[in-house]
Design a protein around this ligand. Sequence first.
Ligand SMILES: [Zn+2]
Length: 80
Amino acid sequence: MPRANRHYIPGYAFIGAGAVVTRNVPDHALVVGNPGKSIGWMCQCGERLTEDLGCLVCKKGYRRSDTGLEELEKEGGNGE
Ligand SMILES: [Zn+2]
């Protein structure tokens, strides 16, 4: 059984060392540089997502949302 506290973390984003971020960062964005620029997307597990927003490591999938990316819901329950 997975640990019960492995919830999705709102606002999850990765900021590269030295990145200067002057505005809100999209969820799951990978941001580097000055000014901060989004160069890709990161999985909740810390792996970079493929171009179709899938993770090769933990097999999670994501889709675009108003705030960046959101994790695709698995069928069969809400997890609570
Ligand atoms: Zn992953």
